[in-house]
Ligand binder design. Structure first.
Ligand SMILES: *[C@@H]1O[C@H](CO)[C@@H](O)[C@H](O)[C@H]1NC(C)=O
Ligand SMILES: *[C@@H]1O[C@H](CO)[C@@H](O)[C@H](O)[C@H]1NC(C)=O
Length: 343
């Protein structure tokens, strides 16, 4: 057989196998043969109208006063059993104990796992999945939960509307090391390759979250990886967490999406999905833009000085007016007196 013919045959065989295998077995990736733009051909939900992530355009969000603080339950009660950390070829995942959960949504959600998304090339590049006014963070943490009030397990819940609740935490880089993230980063070298798994010491998962769990963005969306089920109630926190440049670099350069035995090593980088159209959706905020704005100490100083100057200014003006009135009164009296004299 000539080589073009062989190529076509090979393509048919590969394609046929891909099409024949179940959804879970299809080898998708972020770029390449079955990259983001091809996902929907194999996983129809990825082409849906309620997809994630999205760009949060803050001026187009709507304040919903009924959105109360979300409360992680048991995140800090990690116990003595080690956590399982593994490389699934797309990200690093920690399996969460089933006693951990989430309150503050219309149902109770039980924790399942947490994982990360990142870019490549260090700080101020792309890497997060959600963006704010078009701007990416350096990485993003997702904590996944299922609705255990309505569904018996994760697999049953993940296809249902309101089946999942995911916390999205934007990660930026700064000067300081974030010790909480070392509970994960220190063990990445033990799960370099796709399929590798390691037990790691249990740690306080809440320490990975921002302090302010009261201010967040809420919308209905999807899993950000195939099969992209549109089953996720998203909570993306307003406050970002900070890790150091060195920590980001570890995240970006240690893992491979290839298996240990694969001859060609593929770095696991840029595992974030592009933002998806919001379509008819509204992103709600748990805080109003005006009252939610926190003032920096500089702004507070400026306001205090401004108010003081204003008061002094007002006092000067009032004094001037009073004096002027007195002057005219005196003038008037004198005029009256003068008029008396001459009439
Ligand atoms: C999840 O629940 C469904 C429905 O009850 C059941 O059929 C299925 O076997 C369960 N799956 C797992 C992994 O436990
Ligand atoms: C999500 O969808 C449900 C059902 O359609 C709706 O009641 C709820 O208000 C939506 N939530 C958001 C944040 O849009």
């Amino acid at each position: 057989m000539d080589s073009p013919g062989l190529f076509v045959l090979l393509c048919l065989v590969i394609f046929g196998q891909a099409a024949a295998s179940s959804a879970e077995e299809i080898t998708w990736s972020y770029t390449g043969l079955i990259g983001q733009s091809e996902w929907s051909e194999y996983f129809p939900d990825c082409g849906g109208t309620y997809q994630s992530p999205v760009d949060v355009i803050t001026t187009q969000t709507r304040f919903d006063p009924s959105l109360t603080r979300v409360t992680p339950l048991g995140y800090s009660q990690h116990g003595n059993q080690p956590f399982t950390l593994y490389n699934n070829g797309h990200t690093a995942i920690i399996v969460m104990p089933e006693w951990m959960g989430l309150e503050g949504l219309p149902w109770f959600f039980t924790a399942v796992q947490l994982h990360l998304h990142w870019g490549n090339g260090g700080p101020n590049q792309r890497g997060s999945e959600h963006t704010m006014n078009g701007i990416s963070a350096d990485a993003e943490l997702h904590v996944v939960h299922y609705n255990s009030e309505l569904y018996p397990n994760m697999s049953a819940a993940m296809t249902q509307k309101d089946g999942l609740a995911v916390l999205g935490i934007l990660i930026v880089t700064g000067e300081e090391t974030n010790p909480a993230f070392n509970n994960i980063l220190n063990y990445l070298s033990r799960i370099k390759h796709f399929g590798q798994k390691v037990f790691i010491p249990a740690f306080d998962i809440q320490s990975l979250l921002p302090e302010d769990l009261g201010r967040y963005y809420r919308y209905n969306g999807s899993l950000t990886t195939p099969p992209c089920y549109q089953s996720v109630i998203w909570t993306v926190f307003h406050e970002r967490v900070q890790i150091s440049k060195a920590q980001l670099l570890k995240l970006e350069t240690i893992l491979y999406s290839s298996k240990a035995e694969d001859p060609e090593k593929m770095l696991l980088q840029d595992n974030y999905r592009a933002t998806q159209a919001l379509n008819q959706r509204v992103i709600y905020t748990s805080f109003s833009a005006e009252s939610g704005k926190e003032l920096s100490s500089g702004e507070v100083t400026a306001i205090v000085i401004g108010v003081m100057c204003g008061c002094v200014g007002l006092a000067v003006i009032v004094r001037f007016i009073v004096k002027t009135i007195r002057f005219f009164k005196v003038l008037h009296r004198e005029t009256v007196v003068v008029n008396r004299w001459f009439t």
